[in-house]
Design a protein around this ligand. Structure first.
Ligand SMILES: Cc1ncc(COP(=O)(O)O)c(C=O)c1O
Length: 449
């Protein structure tokens, strides 16, 4: 029996209708203690290769899909953008220490946490952040939402580039605004910003632009020139830039991330708010620990006043984030190398083995943005979508087809707005063995159509 299925007791119980399994998590997933303590490096190397099951932990990438489609249909969950790896051992240690105190009452957010943010950004990206300009948030979404509330009256337009992160549509809807989509241009397989289109879409009713750098889902890492041109347009047209840089720590070899806040124009930088978090980099999304900063004190005041931003945080999130930034750089560097290798593998394998699928290695993120147009056509997805209940898009029909025929779960391109047709997003932040298995299954399924 594979390690994956051995660990799946809780899901099995659920699927048989035996729902009273509260507290059974410890018996269905490996506890760090059983697995030999925190994930210590061997010979200086961290292990990202061993499959680490999350089944039975209510993982949205795994358990939610198993609950929806059945255990036998999900061999590899590759949707939600998080990692399947064991976290860096220093984080586990910091959490254990804090849990040992056995009191979780209200806290002042420690200055040392802000210092860890400042040091990380300076050390890795040469970015100077004044600690007094940092505001805390339980997530990047909550920061974006309070900023949109501060700047964008209900009914007004929020500019974004598409295909674009589907969560932005939700944020825009939550504040009662409307997404104004500026499609990226696909030139020789690489996405480019269309500045003319972007500027043309700005009118008296456009007050904010959401930038995603590195870009989810295309994997683009925007250049300093791209950001300058964009920043100049937004500053001149009085459109605030919300720079979501949550994926910034993931950049593949040969590419470099430019923080929007590092641009050489004070006015452009002052017209922005940047959002970051340890959540993608160190797999701490449910620790709910993000931050935002701006060199513009008026913007920060406005967000806290009109945007009603609350600096809500949680004790364990702070402990985890501080340990991550202060002690886990080597872990992250090794992970980056691993992801880079996986993305090379995906690129080579898809080109040579997966019929009807094309891809370009992303410059950043751990997300592969697959061009599946021909595969969808071969599998008859237009017809399947038209015949299916619930009015799915052809990409949603293909998502289902892949679940049924390849036992993998990917995100449909259509959920990323204009330009997402004929695309699927594959999250590769898992053991390479599983990525290989997923692509092997996909190749086999498509070869049979
Ligand atoms: C670009 C981007 N922004 C924000 C988020 C979510 O951020 P948070 O969980 O901190 O709210 C994600 C998660 O996938 C993302 O990809």
């Amino acid at each position: 029996m594979s390690k994956l299925s051995r660990l799946d007791r809780r899901t099995f119980l659920r699927s048989t209708g035996m729902t009273a399994v509260a507290g059974a998590v410890g018996s269905t997933v490996p506890l760090a203690a059983e697995a030999g303590g925190a994930a210590q490096p061997q010979g200086g190397r961290y292990d990202f290769d061993t499959i680490y099951s999350r089944i039975g932990t209510d993982s949205s990438k795994w358990d939610a899909q198993i609950a929806r489609y059945g255990r036998d249909k999900i061999e590899v969950g590759m949707g939600t953008a998080d990692q399947d790896f064991r976290i860096a051992p220093a984080i586990t240690r910091a959490l254990r220490e804090r849990v040992g105190h056995e009191n979780f009452g209200y806290l002042s957010i420690p200055a040392s946490y802000k210092e860890s943010i400042v040091d990380w950004n300076k050390r890795r990206y040469g970015l100077d952040i004044d600690p007094d300009t940092i505001r805390h948030a339980p997530g990047v979404h909550s920061g974006i939402i309070s900023t949109l509330r501060a700047f964008c009256p209900p009914g007004s337009k929020v500019l974004m580039q598409t295909p674009g992160y589907n969560g932005f549509y939700t944020d825009i809807r939550v504040v009662g605004c409307v997404a104004e989509e500026s499609p990226l241009r696909l030139v020789n397989g690489r996405y480019q910003m269309d500045f003319e289109d972007l500027e043309r879409r700005i009118d008296h009713d456009t007050h904010a632009f959401i930038l995603c750098n590195p870009h989810n889902p295309t994997g683009n890492v925007w250049s300093r020139d791209d950001l300058m041109t964009l920043g100049e347009i937004c500053a001149r047209r009085r459109v605030v830039v919300l720079a979501d840089e949550i994926h910034c720590d993931f950049v593949t070899k040969g590419h470099g991330y430019t923080p929007f806040a590092s641009l050489d124009d004070e006015a452009i930088v002052r017209n922005s708010v940047t959002y970051k978090s340890v959540s993608k980099s160190f797999n701490l999304s449910m620790m709910k620990c993000a931050y935002q900063f701006s060199t513009n004190p008026d913007y920060l005041d406005r967000i806290e006043g009109a945007g009603q931003h609350r600096q809500a945080m949680n004790t364990l999130g702070i402990a985890a984030a501080e340990a991550a930034y202060n002690e886990c750089e080597e872990w992250l560097d090794q992970l980056l190398e691993y992801i880079d290798g996986t993305l090379d593998f995906v690129d080579a394998y898809v080109r040579s083995h997966v019929p009807g699928v094309e891809t370009v290695k992303p410059e950043g993120t751990y997300l592969a943005w697959l061009d599946v147009g021909k595969a969808m056509e071969a599998a008859g997805m237009q017809r399947a979508a038209a015949a299916a209940e619930g009015n799915p898009t052809p990409e949603q029909a293909f998502q289902r087809w892949l679940v049924d025929h390849a036992h993998i779960h990917l995100n449909p391109g259509s959920s990323y707005g204009l330009g997402g047709a004929g695309r699927m997003r594959m999250n590769t932040a898992t053991s390479r063995q599983l990525v290989e298995r997923a692509l092997g299954n996909m190749a086999q399924a498509l070869a049979a159509v």
